[in-house]
Design a protein around this ligand. Structure first.
Ligand code: GDP
Ligand code: MG
Length: 748
């Protein structure tokens, strides 16, 4: 960070900054400076030394002791570090502060990633200073370190009031303060006495006993907080001892002893069967219970938090610190894993939303696989990095992460299913329509039900394939059961609509057939009128009886109902073949009856158009007047009763006008046909849409205000009178013509 103050490095040089803006870490890092400022570059240092990603596989060792007892010299010899050593000549006071360096020693068997802290200026009382820094740095070292090395001259061992004893008292006190709030913590520390300038005349074992008695004395004299009055020093500390010869007077021996000592900085297990007289730490000093369980990548933040609490004289509460650290780190790790997640997932999201914004639905290739991988990788990466932190916090953050990514994956999942659904539906209805069209073009009868069921199977299969491809294994929400059911339901709805369309087409075909049948038969009936011989052509002339003109409506009604009944049968047979429901068929048949009636009326209206009907009546009259009973044209003789024949023919034809004006059944005593009963009420399942295109029918559609009487009236009173007048004129014309021809015939 650019704002960090320049630091003196371990050799007293100003730390130079490299080209990348990072401090020069070759000689370690000053964790806490003389102004009690925490160095924000600690994290960079751990990265620089390749420790940041080592999880719990690192160790922290601190050294305490009076000024100028050769602490830095010892660390440099043990760990190959370059901590500042007071030069013989200058004897200047080194600055206060805490320095850290990674173990550089190449001694075989040492543990990985040992971080050494040189705590300077701890023994304030020796210099008559206040003990503030001493307390603070002790607390900091205790909260972080596994091993606390205490440096002591041999000749001071047993001098209870002497150097270091005050310092140790401070260490014990802050330790009690620290663990008073954290009784569940099982973490202990090793106090490692290094006896310097060891002459060898007193066995180390004796020195050790003396030191242990002193420790016990200090512990007893401590002002213990409430609840910890009966605690023992062994509840918190283990002790180890090493003696080193004089560095100046016995340099070779010193060197060898340091070499031996270095090998003890390795991982160890407590041996319950140990020889109480032999130090079990000869095999190694790093017992797992000393480790503070702060993952390396979280150490800088943790250390900073601890230091902040210490400097501000706040109660140091390690569990809280660890939770805060876990929150901080879990959030950081979450952000990191989300970057990779975004890289995979964002392109799909963009693709989906941009398609949707265009109203399109794209089934994205490879989405399922990408989602599965992204999800498991993200969660796994998070677990690897964050799983080392406070379990409760980690679990909570993991749930948070999962819900965060699941929210996005769910949206993609749902979008994909929607696309599969929408595409599937439109593809299905298009495919059915196309096949029907092709069938119609060929003119052959096509099997609508078969087309629908085959296309439905295809659509369901494709949906299934597309949906299955986006399911994430082991992710319980990624199920498409409901969606699949919805898809099937809509396919069925669309099938229903297509079937109704198909029924309409079928109905139209049947209606056309009815119309043409009616056109033929009704046409024949009216032509028969023209022939004047009672419409023989309109009926099976087999019997030889001349069908009476008077029964024209009976015949028309019969042919009409027969035709429609046949049409209804054709319609329902076909409709049943493609799975139409009985209700739908009922509606179709009802519609067909109504439409057929309308068609019949239209045909009758056409026949009844003034010109047409007048022509027919005139022909009818001429037939009766100019032909004899046997159908032979009359040759008028003067003796013939021309007037009588004219009158009777005219009267006979005139009876047709009232007859034709009203559709009446002679069998039913001259009543209108039972159109209302015959058509019947609209079936209950008929919808508004079914009735939309229907022409109102009098006597059936009450609200139209037209009665059955009116519906079956084919010629209005006015038209009737008009027709009568015109027919009479026409008949007279024929008569005059006939008369004239007779006269001329006689003349010739
Ligand atoms: P620190 O202040 O405890 O870190 O002590 P230093 O490592 O800076 O050393 C202080 C002085 O003690 C230096 O002048 C060293 O040369 C000297 N010194 C270092 N090691 C020994 C030793 O083993 N015995 C004695 N008598 N002096 C030592
Ligand atoms: Mg020093």
């Amino acid at each position: 960070s650019a704002t960090a103050p320049e630091k003196m490095d371990v050799n007293g040089h100003m730390a130079s900054r490299g080209q990348n803006g990072h401090a020069n870490f070759e000689h370690g890092v000053q964790v806490i400076d003389e102004d009690k400022e925490f160095n924000p570059d600690l994290g960079k240092y751990l990265s620089y030394e390749d420790i940041a990603r080592s999880g719990f596989n690192y160790h922290l060792v601190s050294v305490f002791g009076s000024q100028s007892t050769g602490k830095s010299t010892l660390l440099n010899a043990l760990f190959g570090t370059s901590f500042n050593v007071m030069s013989e000549s200058e004897r200047r006071q080194t600055t206060k502060g805490i320095w850290m360096s990674k173990n550089k020693s190449s001694t075989k068997g040492m543990a990985d990633n040992i971080l050494v802290m040189d705590v300077e200026g701890t023994d304030g009382r020796e210099r008559g200073e206040d003990q503030d820094f001493e307390r603070k740095s002790s607390l900091f070292a205790l909260a972080t370190s596994e091993v606390l090395m205490v440096n002591i001259w041999e000749h001071q061992v047993g001098l209870y009031q002497g150097a270091n004893m005050g310092l140790l008292k401070t260490v014990f006190e802050v330790n009690l303060q620290l663990f008073l709030r954290d009784r569940k913590t099982t973490s202990r520390s090793l106090i490692y006495f290094v006896v310097r300038d060891f002459l060898g005349t007193t066995p180390l074992q004796n020195l050790r006993n003396t030191l242990m008695q002193d420790m016990a004395k200090i512990w007893t004299g401590l002002n213990k907080p409430q609840g910890l009055e009966n605690s023992s020093i062994d509840d918190y500390f283990d002790f180890a001892f090493t003696a080193l010869p004089h560095k100046i007077y016995a340099p070779e021996k010193f060197e060898q002893a340091v070499k031996d000592m270095a090998t003890r900085f390795k991982e160890a297990q407590r041996d319950p069967r140990r020889d109480p007289l032999r130090s079990e730490f000869e095999s190694g000093v790093f017992m797992s219970e000393y480790h503070r369980r702060i993952p390396a990548d979280g150490l800088p933040h943790y250390a900073e938090g601890i230091w902040d609490q210490i400097v501000n004289n706040k109660d140091l509460d390690l569990p809280t610190q660890q939770e805060l650290l876990a929150q901080f780190r879990c959030d950081e790790i979450m952000r990191e894993v989300m970057v990779a997640f975004d890289q995979t997932i964002t392109p799909f999201e963009t693709k989906q939303t941009s398609a949707a914004s265009l109203g399109q639905h794209e089934v994205i290739e490879g989405l399922g696989a990408a989602m599965t991988t992204a999800r498991s990788r993200t969660v796994q990466d998070f677990e690897t990095e964050a799983g080392r932190y406070h379990k409760g916090v980690y679990q909570r953050k993991r749930t948070e992460l999962e819900s965060k990514i699941d929210t996005r994956l769910k949206a993609l999942f749902a979008g994909q299913l929607t696309a599969a659904h929408k595409n599937g539906i439109s593809k299905f209805s298009e495919a059915v329509s196309n096949e029907v069209k092709a069938g119609q073009k060929k003119g052959a009868a096509y099997d609508f039900a078969e087309i629908v069921s085959r296309q439905k199977q295809a659509a369901l299969k494709e949906y299934e394939t597309q949906a299955k491809a986006v399911v994430m294994e082991g992710v319980e929400w990624s199920s498409y059961k409901q969606e699949s059911a919805l898809f099937q339901k809509e396919i069925d709805q669309v099938s229903g609509q297509l079937r109704r369309d198909e029924m309409r087409r079928l109905a139209t075909r049947v209606e056309r057939w009815v119309k043409s049948k009616l056109n033929d038969s009704v046409g024949l009936e009216f032509n028969a009128i023209g022939s004047g011989r009672g419409g023989s052509g309109a009926s099976d002339g087999e019997s030889g009886d001349k069908p009476s003109e008077q029964q024209i409506w009976d015949r028309i009604w019969t042919v009409f109902t027969t035709t429609v009944t046949e049409a209804e049968k054709r319609f329902s047979d076909r409709a049943r073949a493609f799975d139409a429901s009985e209700d739908e068929i009922e509606v179709g048949k009802w519609r067909l009856r109504r439409k057929s009636w309308t068609a019949l009326r239209a045909k009758i209206d056409e026949e009844m158009m003034e010109g047409n009907l007048l022509l027919k009546l005139r022909e009818n009259f001429e037939d009766k007047f100019r032909y004899d009973e046997a159908g032979v044209p009359r040759i008028w003789r003067p003796t013939d009763d021309m007037d009588g024949l004219f009158r009777s023919a005219r009267e006979s034809t005139l009876t047709l006008i009232p007859l034709l004006s009203k559709f009446r059944l002679s069998q039913a005593g001259g009543k209108p046909p039972p159109l209302d009963d015959w058509i019947g009420n609209a079936p209950p399942s008929a919808t508004g849409a079914d009735e939309e295109d229907l022409v109102p029918i009098g006597g059936i559609d009450e609200e139209e205000g037209k009665s059955l009487e009116e519906e079956t009236t084919m010629l209005s009173e006015t038209k009737r009178q008009d027709l009568t007048v015109r027919f009479k004129k026409a008949a007279e014309g024929v008569f005059v013509e006939a008369k004239r021809s007779t006269v001329s015939g006689m003349q010739s």
